[in-house]
Design a binder for this molecule. Sequence first.
Ligand code: NDP
Length: 288
Amino acid sequence: MGKSYREELVGVFGYPVDENPTVVVAKTAFEDLGIPYRYLTVEVKPENLEAAMKALVAWNMKGIHLTIPHKVEVLKYLDHIADDAKIMGAVNTVYVKDGELYGENTDGKGFIKSLQNAGIEIKGKKVFMLGAGGAARAIAVELANAGAKQLVILNRSEERGSELKELLEKNTKMQVEFQKWSETAVIDEDTDILVNTTSIGLYPNVDEKPDIDFDSIRPEMTVCDVIPNHPHTQLLKEAEKRGAKTVDGLGMLINQAVESFRLWTGMTANAEKMKEALAKEYGIDVHY
Ligand code: NDP
């Protein structure tokens, strides 16, 4: 047999997607595993999602990541959806098997791993969450699985917020409260973990801040952001100024990617090497 020049294709569909750095960690992971995989960063507009999902089969791709704004919409184009992803109503990873599309969600698992790696306890804790979109759903379900006691959801659109509250009450034992986000929000004093799951601060809008009273952030709190920006988001900078411990979205990105790569390749990627690649790319110390 001659040499094969064919590569196994995976990647990410998003809009906007230019600044998504997953390709950096994917390249390192696949090289380290010694497998001929290529990770494509593809701009897919919402109106083209259906065609893009069909193209996965046409191009004989192994799978794809979905990012903003596709994680909920993609469900209607899948043949199979994992149980926890069904509860979340959101999928961030699709793999292709025998020409059929399987949906999973590794976002929440990646987030929990980041907290665990930072030594943050979740069991019995109160979490205050900004946002109720796809990432929020994944994180909320995994927080419940990890034993969080109470969750406050703060969201601009009432419909999305109360829908998530109902979903969690139906499927988990966590106490859930919804607050409509219509003015500068005060973080409940007894909050243990504050997490931003909105797209506020995502590149190119790096100066954007969530409309919260930053002085309600206390030094005992852990403040997390899902935005994988470097340098840190304005929210994390404000939290650091007030002495709170922070966990950024880069670690979550690595940890969810390890889970997705396992679904596509059947192999476990080296998170440490992926972390080093990302740190080198940004010239920073990445905690994952
Ligand atoms: P969705 O579009 O599903 O949800 C967006 C959420 O943000 C909604 O709750 C929306 O509120 C809220 N929101 C957006 N802009 C504002 C604003 N100006 N003020 C108040 N609320 C706002 O997006 P996803 O959940 O898929 O993604 C959210 C972010 O998470 C993205 O930036 C993505 O990069 C990041 N992410 C990072 C990961 C990582 O590994 N680090 C993994 C997954 C996601 P409303 O309902 O009112 O519209």
